[in-house]
Design a protein around this ligand. Sequence first.
Ligand SMILES: [Zn+2]
Length: 117
Amino acid sequence: MKTHIKKGDLVMVMTGEDGPHGPKAGRRGRVTQIIAEKGRVVVEGVNMVIKHRRGGRRSNPQQMQTGRLEMAGPIGISNVMLVCPRCDRPTRIAVRIGEGQARSRACKRCGEVVDEA
Ligand SMILES: [Zn+2]
């Protein structure tokens, strides 16, 4: 899976998937995790899933708390696009090879260099 998205990027969700609790198109967030082998990313605040947590046995009162733990679930990497800091819009990424083979990512709309890749 070819992608230029990196951890920490601000991205926008372009398509929804995964039913009623899936990500909503247009949501933005930072990439907190990349699962490259599955072609998926975790974006903070997007595709929130609730994990039900069961407490431990009576012998361990410290773990008796039950609760709902909300966490972001992974979504398809092809469903997100990088948000350009200058355009403030989702954009495709152009990869430039500079001097000394240094690669940088740039916005295809405005040419703004997003960072050094
Ligand atoms: Zn731009």
